[in-house]
Design a protein. Structure first.
Length: 205
């Protein structure tokens, strides 16, 4: 395990863009990079597991944690609460682990307001039409909910300018390649390499 503090990557995208699939694939490919597990008050969906996809809690428990300052960020998305626990994040970053948070644009804005440094990556679908088609294909959601997700997507896209990188999810493997390149480039930044660089430069003297 490294002595350097880990880096925080925030991945945001409109619902239906496929960001969770990309993030899961990314952490499989890149060593010392893992996914943060959020808390949510929404109910568990078929195929999901408590403690794996999310920590599922009641709205009361969520609000109590929030009251106690337990969240680095939190947001209400489609009427349910979602949040990233401060303690989990801090423990992993302090241990030198790089961490990916898959959170919505409201959450990313809160982390920014707190002055916590992170690399922001926005994932875009190839077009609005493709997003609409994907939402209809994948979900059993009623029409009204699909409309609501599309309207939310329109608003979320406006936050794009606050992010450092953009990845277009036109093809999963290509998009994952881009994400991997971003993580590796961030790891190679001179400031991130300071300690190692100092050691090597000293060996020249
Ligand atoms: P879903 O219910 O489909 O899993 O997620 C709905 C939305 O909530 C997605 O946009 C997802 O990125 C966002 N989300 C999941 N976890 C968190 C979190 O901890 N904080 C915030 N702000 N958003 C989250």
């Amino acid at each position: 395990m490294s002595n350097e503090r880990g880096r925080l990557f925030i991945l945001s995208a409109p619902s239906g863009t496929g960001k969770t699939t990309l993030a899961r694939r990314l952490v499989q490919l890149v060593p010392n990079l893992s996914l943060s597990r959020s808390y949510t008050s929404r109910s568990i969906r078929e195929g999901e597991r408590d403690g794996v996809d999310y920590n599922y809690v009641t709205a009361e428990r969520f609000l109590a944690m929030r009251e106690a300052g337990g969240f680095l960020e939190w947001a209400e998305v489609f009427g349910r609460f979602y949040g990233t626990a401060v303690a989990d994040t801090e423990r992993r970053l302090a241990a030198g682990e790089d961490l990916v948070l898959v959170i919505d644009v409201q959450g990313a804005a809160k982390v920014r307001e707190r002055g916590v440094p992170f690399v922001g990556i926005f994932v875009l679908p190839p077009s609005f039409e493709v997003l609409e088609a994907r939402l209809r294909q994948r979900s059993r959601d009623p029409e009204e909910q699909i409309r609501c997700r599309l309207e939310t997507a329109r608003r979320e896209i406006e936050a794009l300018a606050d992010y450092d990188y953009v990845v277009i999810n036109d093809e999963v493997e290509r998009a994952v390649d881009c994400l991997r390149a971003i993580v590796l480039a961030e790891r190679a930044r001179r400031d991130a390499m300071a300690r190692k660089v100092e050691e090597i430069v000293r060996s020249f003297q």
